[in-house]
Design a protein around this ligand. Structure first.
Ligand SMILES: [Zn+2]
Ligand SMILES: [Zn+2]
Length: 349
C-alpha cells in the first residue's frame, strides 16, 4: 500500500486545494477508515463561500463519512480492519457544565473536537468519536446513504424536541436536505399532516415523494396565510424552520397556532436580528426553541432510522462525484442544481 493519499484542503473562503499527504496512522483508541462516501453539506458550502466560525483554515475538508476500517489503534476492541462503519464528526466530553446537565450538544469542548478531513482517501477517527459516535454500518445500507448519519442526527435531535403528537399538523419551512429528512421524522413520530413550504418546484415535488401531504411554494403567495387557511384559522401545531433566513424565522412564529412549538433549526449568520410580533409569542403562548447539532443518542437513532428505512435519503442524494470535483459539487449546490452529492474517492477523476 502506498503511504500517501489524496485529500481536499480548505485554504480560505473560495479556495480549495488537492494535496498529496501521508495516510493517517491510528493512535491509541483511534480508527482509520478508507472513505467510501463523504457527502457534501450545506455547512461546507457556507464555510467555502463566506467562512464559518467552526472552520479554521488551512485545514482538511469534509466531515460526513462512511467507509471501511483500514487500521485500528491500540486498545480498540469494538472495530477491526475490514468493518464497514459510519459515524459523526465529533463527540461530547460528558464532563463539562453542559454535558452534566444533559445538553451534550452544547458541550463546551465541542469546538475543539470537530474532526475534519473526510474528502480524502483515508480519514482518521479520534478516540472520543470511536467510543461514542462510530457505528457498524448495516450491510444493506449503501455507503452513500450511510454517510447521511451526521446531518440526520441533527434532524433527529430537532424532531424529538418538537413535541410532535399523533394527529398533529406540522409545517416545515425549507425543502433542502434537512427539510426533506424532517418531513419523514415528524411523520414517524405521528404527525397526521405535514405541510412543506419551499420555492423550488422540483424540491417541493421531492417533499411529496418523502411524505409531505401538502406542498406550498412561497413564490405563489404568503405561506402564513396558506397555513392558517388550512388549519381553520389557527395555525400549525408544530412549525420547523429549516430554510435559514430572518424572514422565515419570523414566518415560523406567525404560522404557529396558539400554544404551538416552533423549532428554529437553521442557523443564521452572527449578528442577524429577527423581528416578529411579540404579542403572538406572549398571548399566543408560543414555545420557541433553538436547536443545534446532536447528541450521541440522536446519532444512534439516525443510524436506526436509516437501517429500518423509516427515513430514506435516496431522494436527497443527487449523485456521486470523485474527489477532484468537490469544489464543482459545492458550486452546484450553491446554484441549487443539487441538494447533496456523495464524494466517492475511488471514482476516477
Ligand atoms: Zn454536515
Ligand atoms: Zn462537555
Amino acid at each position: 500500500m502506498a503511504n500517501t493519499m489524496r485529500g481536499v484542503y480548505f485554504l480560505e473562503p473560495g479556495k480549495l486545494e488537492m494535496r498529496e499527504v501521508p495516510i493517517p496512522q491510528p493512535g491509541p483508541g483511534e480508527v482509520v477508515i478508507k472513505v467510501e462516501s463523504a457527502t457534501t453539506c450545506g455547512t461546507d458550502l457556507k464555510a467555502y463561500r463566506r467562512g464559518h466560525k467552526l472552520f479554521k483554515p488551512p485545514m482538511p475538508f469534509g466531515h460526513e463519512y462512511a467507509g471501511i476500517v483500514s487500521a485500528v489503534g491500540a486498545g480498540v476492541t469494538a472495530f477491526k480492519e475490514g468493518d464497514e462503519v459510519m459515524g459523526t464528526n465529533t463527540a461530547p466530553c460528558n464532563e463539562c457544565f453542559f454535558c452534566k446537565r444533559g445538553r451534550q450538544q452544547l458541550c463546551i469542548h465541542l469546538e475543539g473536537r470537530f474532526n475534519f478531513g473526510s474528502y480524502a482517501e483515508y480519514h482518521r477517527i479520534p478516540d472520543y468519536i470511536v467510543q461514542q459516535n462510530l457505528f457498524h454500518k448495516p450491510a444493506h445500507l449503501p455507503f452513500t446513504e450511510a454517510s447521511f448519519i451526521e446531518p440526520l442526527g441533527c434532524a433527529v435531535l430537532c424532531a424529538i424536541n418538537a413535541d410532535v403528537h399523533l394527529g398533529d399538523t406540522v409545517a416545515i419551512i425549507g425543502v433542502g436536505a434537512q427539510g426533506l429528512m424532517q418531513i419523514q421524522l415528524v411523520k414517524a413520530l405521528g404527525a397526521s399532516r405535514v405541510i412543506a413550504i419551499g420555492r423550488s418546484p422540483g424540491r417541493l415535488e421531492r417533499a411529496k415523494q418523502v411524505g409531505a401531504d401538502v406542498i406550498f411554494s412561497s413564490l405563489d403567495g404568503d405561506p402564513v396565510a396558506f397555513v392558517k387557511e388550512l388549519t381553520g384559522g389557527h395555525g400549525a401545531d408544530i412549525v420547523i424552520e429549516a430554510a435559514g433566513s430572518a424572514d422565515t424565522w419570523s414566518q415560523a412564529i406567525m404560522m404557529a397556532r396558539n400554544g404551538a412549538t416552533v423549532m428554529q433549526f437553521s442557523g443564521l449568520p452572527g449578528g442577524t436580528q429577527v423581528s416578529f410580533d411579540a404579542t403572538k409569542l406572549h398571548y399566543g403562548e408560543i414555545t420557541m426553541k433553538g436547536i443545534f447539532h446532536m447528541t450521541p443518542r440522536a446519532a444512534e437513532m439516525a443510524m436506526q432510522m436509516l437501517d429500518s428505512g423509516q427515513v430514506t435519503v435516496k431522494p436527497i442524494l443527487d449523485g456521486v462525484i470523485p474527489l477532484s470535483q468537490v469544489e464543482d459539487g459545492l458550486l452546484r449546490m450553491h446554484r441549487s442544481e443539487v441538494i447533496k452529492l456523495a464524494v466517492v474517492p475511488s471514482l476516477a477523476d
